[in-house]
Structure formats: structure tokens, C-alpha cells
Design a protein around this ligand. Structure first.
Ligand code: HAM
Length: 424
């Protein structure tokens, strides 16, 4: 058999079968949970002006420097969104939501695009579910949002999701700028022992040196000053209140001074969720406060906080923790033999579906054995079996597919009730 030469582009993939079901569950559960915390759905465009991302994420970040898919159709310069926060804050300002005076809470899901080197848990088109709360600097909001992420993983049956938090302070001269200086002074004597990318980051983005994964750099960074020990009084008080809030809401966390995040818009609280099933790319989600972002985009000084959770990484964690348990099983599978039985079965399947059951049948006109094999593969709970003989007598066989389940021949008119009775 000849094979098509067309393949999904490296770093992109198709979702179907178990992964398709897990994907749907990840999105549906996010919507159900986040709405209970007061988040409304927002859909923003998949592409925006390149400048929006450069300004928000930061010109000296890996994302903006090397990972964006940017196009120049005509005289525009547009970029496929590498993340969702910039678009949400742009939308918030564009629609004058700041004038309403109350907190705006949005959740979203959809594809994001980064030209990274593909590997396990790292794709070029990946998907996020995210939440953004714009309009409050209350540390209790940080605690609420961060624990909402933990609750979400719990809902998906993930018991091994872990939370790391840190504070990277604010832009006041006595806060992060001073800490940066302290860090540079501490790193400078050993800079030549650090890896090439750390050396390149020394002037442009010195905080990223602390989260370098190179083992040599890690050893060198062990004794460096910690951001959460060098905060201005306001950021220090905010961080204390966030930690207290987390403890009160049952959000178990580890304090991690190496957590600095890869996007420039963060201020104060930053956090990441990790899962052991992921290996090197173990962050299943992350976020933080971005109190300067609205202003950076030309709006008023409005604080905000949010997170984004990587769906692909969640799928890997789900597979590791709960195998297939999240699949939606098929309730009824129709097996028909003969042309008239096949047509009658198509009508019955329509009736099952109209009654709210998940039902399907074989459209290949295959043998009885092959159809039963399909029913097993689809994990059907009940099979209804119709041959030409049964049809002529107005009867049908209802077979319970669970282990040790029996079967009985019933009138076609009673079939729906019999199927319902046989379902768990
Ligand atoms: P981020 O840490 O860049 O943050 O991405 C969030 C999550 O998206 C990561 O923890 C990871 O699970 C997933 N992710 C990122 N890149 C990839 C990739 N190439 N392949 C697969 N999954 C990936 C943000 O995007 C911020 N917008 C989060 C945020 C929202 N901060 C405030 N509000």
C-alpha cells in the first residue's frame, strides 16, 4: 500500500483516541472549575502585532529573540501568539475594562506557538489553559489563583503535581534593580566558569543565570543572594501575605529562590507547577503577577496575576498517573448482519443517541466477529445485536459486555429500556 508523503510538521501533532479524550477533559474541566472561581471565557486572536509580544514578554527573552513565528504580510508585522497573557491584557485595555473599576477575571484555552527544539513535553504548536485576574494587587488573590491551579490538577486526578513559589520583587530602584546589582557583583568573579549562555545573560538578563540547568552553573549559583531575601518592604510584606494565604487555603508549596521565569513582565509573586513524569521539561504550568504590564502597553497602572498550564504536559502526567481512567466509554454498540438489519440498526442508533446515550455501529458491513471485536476495542458497555432472523421476528439481542454479563433476546420496542437497564 502506498503511503502519503504528507506528515504533521515537526513539533506539531494530532490528538485522537485516548489523548484526544484526555485533551477534551483537560479543557472541559478547566472551564468548569475556573467558572466556579468567577472567571469568564475569553477568546483572543491567534495572531497579534509582533510589538505587543516584544513589549510584554521582553525583547531580551528567549521567546522574543529566537522562538516567535513572525510574518510580514504587506506592511504589517504579525506574530503567532507564543502565550496568552499579552493578548488578554491588550483586550482588557482595548475594551476599556479598566473603567469598570472591578476585577476582571478571564480564562482561556487554545494553541500557542514557539519555535523551540521539539522534545518530550516541548512542541512548536502546543496548547495552554490559562487564567488572568486583572485589577487587584491583593495578595489573597495570588493565593486564590495559585490554589485554583492546584485544585485543577486534583480534578484531573493528578496527585503528584507540586508547587514552587518565589518573589522576584518590583521595579522600584531599591527592589529588583538593587538585587540585580547584588547578583552581578556576586557572579562577576566566577563569570568565566559559567556556561556560554549564562555569560551572554550577565548584562541583559542576569536573573536567568540562577535558573540555568547546567550542573556546573548550578553549583556556582548555590550560594548566590536570594531574591526573596532582598525585596523592598512592600514586596516583602506582599510575599509574606501570599505565603500565609497559601497555607490558609491548603496550597502546599516549596519556596524556590531559583524560580525566576522566562518572561519579563513578572513582578512580585512567581510560581510553577511541576510533575515528576515530565523529566527535563517538568513544568506543567506557571505564572505570576504582572503589575507593570498594562502600563507597559500604554494603559494605566493596573496590577494583574495569572497562570498558564501546558495541556501536552498535563496529558503526559495524566497518562503516567491514571492511565486510561479518564476515557469516555461507549455505552452502546450496534452489531448488524444483513442489509435490512443494517438499515434498521442505523435507526436504532439514532434513537439511542436521541435518548442521551453514547452509541455507535459498524459501517463496514463486516463479519459478526469483526464487529464484536470493534465493540470490545471501543470498550462498549452493551452490544445490541440484530440479524435478519431477529428482525423478521421483531426482536433484538441485548448483550451486557461486562465480565460475566449475560445476554437476552427482547422485543425491538423494549430495546431502549432493556439497554438502559443493562448499563451500570
Ligand atoms: P510559560 O511558563 O511560558 O508561561 O508557559 C506556561 C506553561 O506552558 C509551561 O509551564 C508549560 O507547561 C507550557 N509550555 C510552554 N512552552 C511549551 C512548549 N514549547 N511545549 C509544550 N508546552 C509548553 C506563560 O506562557 C505565561 N503566559 C503564563 C502566565 C499567565 N503568566 C501570567 N499569566
Amino acid at each position: 500500500m502506498s503511503k502519503s508523503r504528507f506528515r504533521a510538521i515537526e513539533g506539531t501533532r494530532d490528538y485522537f483516541g485516548k489523548d484526544g479524550e484526555r485533551f477534551d477533559k483537560a479543557v472541559v474541566f478547566a472551564g468548569e472549575l475556573f467558572v466556579r472561581y468567577g472567571y469568564d471565557r475569553i477568546r483572543t486572536p491567534v495572531f497579534e502585532t509582533t510589538e505587543l509580544f516584544a513589549r510584554s514578554i521582553g525583547a531580551a527573552t528567549d521567546i522574543v529573540e529566537k522562538e516567535m513565528y513572525t510574518f510580514t504580510p504587506g506592511s504589517d508585522t504579525i506574530t503567532l501568539r507564543p502565550e496568552g497573557t499579552a493578548g488578554v491584557v491588550r483586550g482588557y485595555l482595548q475594551h476599556n475594562m479598566d473603567k469598570r473599576g472591578d476585577l476582571a477575571k478571564f480564562w482561556y484555552e487554545g494553541p500557542m506557538f514557539r519555535r523551540e527544539r521539539p522534545q518530550k513535553g516541548r512542541q512548536r504548536q502546543f496548547h495552554q489553559v490559562g487564567a488572568e485576574a486583572i485589577g487587584s494587587s491583593d495578595p489573597l488573590l495570588d493565593a486564590e489563583l495559585v490554589t485554583m491551579g492546584l485544585r485543577y490538577y486534583e480534578c484531573l486526578g493528578l496527585r503528584k503535581a507540586r508547587l514552587r513559589v518565589n518573589s522576584i520583587g518590583c521595579l522600584r530602584p531599591e527592589c529588583r534593580p538593587l538585587y540585580r546589582q547584588l547578583l552581578r557583583d556576586a557572579i562577576r568573579p566566577n563569570l568565566d566558569k559559567h556556561c556560554k549562555s549564562c555569560q551572554a545573560r550577565f548584562d541583559r538578563n542576569v536573573l536567568r543565570i540562577i535558573d540555568c540547568k547546567n550542573p556546573e552553573c548550578r553549583k556556582l549559583s548555590a550560594g548566590l543572594p536570594k531574591s526573596h531575601d532582598n525585596l523592598c518592604p512592600e514586596c516583602a510584606a506582599h510575599f509574606e501575605a501570599v505565603k500565609e494565604g497559601l497555607m490558609a487555603l491548603g496550597g502546599g508549596f516549596a519556596l524556590d529562590h531559583t524560580l525566576v521565569r522566562g518572561l519579563d513582565y513578572y513582578t512580585k509573586t512567581v510560581f510553577e507547577y511541576t510533575h515528576e513524569a515530565l523529566g527535563a521539561q517538568n513544568a506543567i504550568g506557571g505564572g505570576g503577577r504582572y503589575d507593570g504590564l498594562a502600563e507597559e502597553l500604554g494603559g494605566p497602572a493596573i496590577p494583574g496575576i495569572g497562570f498558564a498550564l501546558g495541556v501536552e504536559r498535563i496529558l503526559i502526567a495524566m497518562e503516567a498517573e491514571n492511565g486510561c481512567s479518564c476515557s469516555y466509554p461507549l455505552q452502546v454498540y450496534g452489531v448488524a448482519l444483513g442489509e435490512s438489519a443494517h438499515r434498521a440498526m442505523s435507526g436504532m442508533i439514532a434513537r439511542f443517541r436521541a435518548a442521551g446515550l453514547s452509541a455507535d455501529m459498524d459501517y463496514g458491513r463486516r463479519s459478526f466477529k469483526s464487529q464484536l471485536r470493534s465493540a470490545n476495542r471501543r470498550q462498549a458497555m452493551v452490544c445490541v445485536i440484530l440479524g435478519e432472523d431477529e428482525l423478521s421476528r421483531g426482536e433484538i439481542v441485548v448483550k451486557d459486555m461486562s465480565e460475566g454479563g449475560g445476554q437476552k433476546t427482547v422485543s425491538i420496542f423494549d430495546c431502549l429500556d432493556e439497554v438502559k437497564a443493562a448499563l451500570p
